[in-house]
Ligand binder design. Structure first.
Ligand SMILES: NC(=O)c1ccc[n+]([C@@H]2O[C@H](COP(=O)([O-])OP(=O)(O)OC[C@H]3O[C@@H](n4cnc5c(N)ncnc54)[C@H](OP(=O)(O)O)[C@@H]3O)[C@@H](O)[C@H]2O)c1
Length: 347
């Protein structure tokens, strides 16, 4: 870093995650001497809050950056992340494009920060449902060794993007005013007042969605334990922001609910809210806008002597994406890892 800070690109700066990354870089005082927002051709020249003007991606415009935070979808990351890295930047990518690449560490700041040291110019941020899950289960894994996870998600529409939030609000408004709704565009079915067992897509005839596969594969990769068995059902619900997850955790060694609560109470990035008799448990509307992952309803699974059930909620745009990306930028800075490396070969 030159003594007055890094030059930082934010790609996807007009989107939900990009907007939040820009805000968090400022709020958390990241040492940037210049921040340059990028978006699609549609937004070139648009002035953002704070007076920054959106640029377009080109071979010339991407030169001279130390760091690039990407949230512009997989195909933009596939094409432009290696170019930024080749031009000398370290890329932190929110898309799924690089997450399972051998040369790209997949990192959650509280869980596996040491993996950052092995980067080759690109670092991947996990999927939002995986992110909150691993923050909540890593302390349990360290204590008792996780053998199997059964996860059902209740995912907010903001996880799909801005258009999905508009679709939920438009449908809700129409239905409350007893008007017909327009044909669903973002989702396969009406999302308002409904629950869709179809978060993500079903690629190549798979009977699991890509979102479910990400939860399975990314969890094992971050916890560095491919032997963990994971069963996942990802459901889209008519919540604007904040993902909830019902998680059944089966451990190799004995773990009581009391000990799990104690471990999670002291864990970084976790807040335990667990007094069900007083109606105290994590809620999506409360987690929205907060940094932490919230855990409650911690209890013994009556169906298995070494399993617990719990409820895990977090802001999918914040810890699930933008906050973790900025925390990784801070860790890269603290550890002296913001320096050019050779980009991974495109697979
Ligand atoms: N939403 C979540 O909870 C979440 C969580 C984890 C990861 N992510 C990932 O983060 C990314 C963005 O999500 P989001 O919710 O912020 O989406 P979004 O609100 O729809 O924003 C998409 C952003 O990408 C830009 N973009 C689209 N095509 C582009 C192109 N060809 N070149 C340059 N920029 C382009 C858009 O620019 P314009 O405004 O010009 O169209 C916009 O800034 C996705 O990869 C998503 O998978 C999202």
């Amino acid at each position: 870093m030159s003594n007055n800070g890094y030059r930082v690109a934010v790609v996807g700066a007009t989107g939900q995650v990009g907007t939040l990354m820009l805000a968090l870089l400022r709020e958390r005082g990241f040492p940037a001497r210049e921040i340059v927002p990028f978006a699609s051709e549609r937004s070139i020249g648009r002035e953002l809050d704070g007076g920054l003007t959106v640029q377009g991606l080109s071979e010339e415009s991407i030169q001279g950056f130390d760091l690039a935070l990407f949230s512009a979808g997989g195909s933009t990351s596939g094409e432009w992340a290696p170019r930024f890295a080749d031009a000398g930047a370290v890329v932190i990518d929110n898309s799924s494009r690089w997450r399972m690449h051998d040369d790209v560490p997949l990192v959650v700041s509280e869980v596996n920060p040491d993996a950052l040291a092995g980067h080759h110019g690109i670092v991947a941020n996990p999927n939002c449902s995986t992110m909150q899950l691993v923050v909540a289960i890593a302390p349990l894994h360290e204590e008792a060794g996780i053998e199997r996870l059964v996860i059902s998600t209740y995912q907010a529409v903001s996880g799909t993007g801005k258009r999905a939030v508009d679709e939920l609000l438009d449908q809700s408004h129409a239905l409350l005013h007893e008007r017909d709704i327009a044909a669903p565009d973002v989702y396969a079915h009406q999302i308002a007042f409904n629950a869709l067992p179809h978060a993500g897509s079903f690629p190549d005839g798979d009977d699991h969605t890509d979102e479910e596969r990400k939860l399975i594969n990314e969890t094992r990769r971050i916890l560095a334990d491919p032997s963990i068995r994971v069963s996942a059902t990802c459901v889209r619900v008519p919540v604007v922001n904040g993902h909830s997850e019902a998680v059944n955790v089966q451990t190799r060694r004995e773990l009581t609910p009391e000990r799990a609560r104690e471990l999670l109470d002291g864990a970084p990035g976790v807040t335990v809210l667990d007094d069900p008799a007083a109606a105290l448990y994590p809620l999506a509307i409360d987690a929205s806008g907060q940094d932490d992952v919230f855990v409650g309803r911690i209890r013994r699974d009556p169906g298995h002597e070494r399993a617990l059930d719990m409820w895990v909620v977090a802001d999918n745009l914040r810890k699930g994406a933008a906050l973790n990306a900025v925390q990784l930028a801070e860790l890269l800075d603290e550890r002296g890892l913001i320096a050019p490396r050779r980009a991974p070969t495109v697979a």
